[in-house]
Design a protein around this ligand. Structure first.
Ligand code: NAD
Ligand code: TYD
Length: 359
């Protein structure tokens, strides 16, 4: 079995759902259920006894020691993190605690467990750390995309905390020989994306008749990757990645924010037109820019393609259409988040999902 942390969040829950579509191996899902953790994402796994949910913190050493010795995973995939740049600007402390201190405690527990394994299992064990392209900082318009050799230059408390965790992971390999893998991925989008991030926020606000906030001039560029492509990349790296290596994962889809928002409006105009016949683009509003806003991220994903044969299946055009359709088909999921009902749902469903492992 594998231990996956943070798998009630956006990417982690997509990863676990995809895992069971392609695989029969059990997953222990350790998640603290912060505001970003939503067990409703995993409702489709109810009754699947190969998914074992454990409510807990990656910084809880005693819990980690117990879980590792009980379940004996052959791999750990670490998604758990505070992930929203704007929140890190307003309050960095949780980012330091989870992304740095939490990753440290996780690494320590995993190191002790790994050292206790018989030689063959020790060799086969993997610790896969899921990170971001934001650790590399911001690119100028004409600079080449980030390769794995690009210098770290994190600019926000979020990216600085992820950079610190990447360095710890690297050091645990270099110093203790822990068999680690690191992936640095570009901006994801797709189902179960918390509506504080650009794409789900714009879809939600458009349908609710609210303004669509564009920070600054909207010319900042992100490299968008459909979440299921990110999940397949992680599975591939886990399966075939070389120990100690870093793999950049991206969609080869650089788009300025304003273009992304206009694309979303055009798709919504087609699929669910406004009753007054106007375009949703009328709701676009320019607001004050994010402090320290990175201008451009772009991933050079040629290493993972060359060495592991992975490349994304979705283009931005296909992925974004699927995404908008998913939000239109799952308005209850969005409403449960925006009204806070998802937290109650967690309370009422908790014992059903987590019969034996609740702390
Ligand atoms: P998310 O915020 O949607 O989910 C994070 C999950 O981690 C939540 O379920 C939360 O409850 C859990 N969590 C937070 N603190 C925890 C702790 N101390 N212990 C256990 N669980 C905890 O984030 P996401 O967008 O799914 O991102 C997952 C990972 O991928 C993060 O490490 C992030 O840095 C990385 N990443 C995200 C993107 C993106 O575009 N979203 C891109 C590249 C990399
Ligand atoms: P976001 O989804 O927060 O991801 P990240 O900051 O990790 O890239 O933001 C994506 C881009 O969209 C980023 O340049 C900030 C911008 N943005 C807006 O213009 N308006 C918004 O309301 C949000 C949430 C983001």
């Amino acid at each position: 079995m594998i231990l996956v942390t943070g798998a009630a969040g956006f990417i982690g829950s997509n990863f676990v759902l995809d895992w069971f579509e392609t695989n029969n191996e059990a997953v222990v899902n350790l998640d603290k259920l912060t505001y970003a953790g939503n067990l409703q994402n995993l409702a489709g796994l109810q009754g699947n006894d190969k998914h074992i949910f454990v409510h807990g913190d990656i910084g809880d050493s005693a819990l980690l020691t117990k879980l590792l010795s009980e379940h004996k995973p052959r791999a750990v995939v670490n998604f758990a993190a505070e992930s929203h740049v704007d929140r890190s600007i307003h309050g960095p402390e949780d980012f330091i605690q989870t992304n740095i201190v939490g990753t440290f405690h996780l690494l320590e527990a995993v190191r002790t467990y790994w050292n206790s394994l018989p030689e063959k299992e020790k060799q086969d064990f993997r610790f896969l750390h899921v990170s971001t392209d934001e650790v590399y900082g911001s690119l100028g318009a004409d600079e080449p995309a980030f390769t794995e050799k690009h210098q770290y230059e994190p600019n926000s408390p979020y990216s600085a905390s992820k950079a610190a965790s990447d360095h710890l992971v690297r050091a645990y390999h270099h110093t203790y020989g822990l068999p680690v893998l690191t992936t640095n991925c570009s901006n994801n989008y797709g189902p179960y994306h918390f509506p504080e991030k650009l794409i789900p926020l714009v879809i939600h606000n458009a349908l609710a008749g609210k303004s669509l906030p564009i920070y600054g001039d909207g010319q900042q560029i992100r490299d968008w990757l459909y979440v299921k492509d990110h999940c397949s990349a992680i599975r591939r790296v886990l399966e075939a990645g070389a120990v100690g290596e870093v793999y950049n994962v991206g969609g080869w889809n650089e788009n300025p924010n304003l273009e992304v928002v206009n694309t979303l409006c055009a798709i919504l105009d087609e699929l669910q037109p406004r009753t007054d016949g106007e375009s949703y683009a009328k709701q676009i509003t320019y607001v004050k820019d994010r402090p320290g806003h990175d201008k451009r991220y772009a991933i050079d994903a040629s290493k993972i393609e060359r060495e592991l044969g992975w490349k994304p299946v979705e283009t931005f055009e296909t992925g974004i259409k699927k995404t908008v359709q998913w939000y239109l088909d799952n308005q209850d999921w969005v409403t449960n988040i925006t009204t806070g009902v998802y937290r109650d749902w967690v309370q009422t469903q908790y014992s059903a999902v987590d019969k034996s492992n609740a702390k």
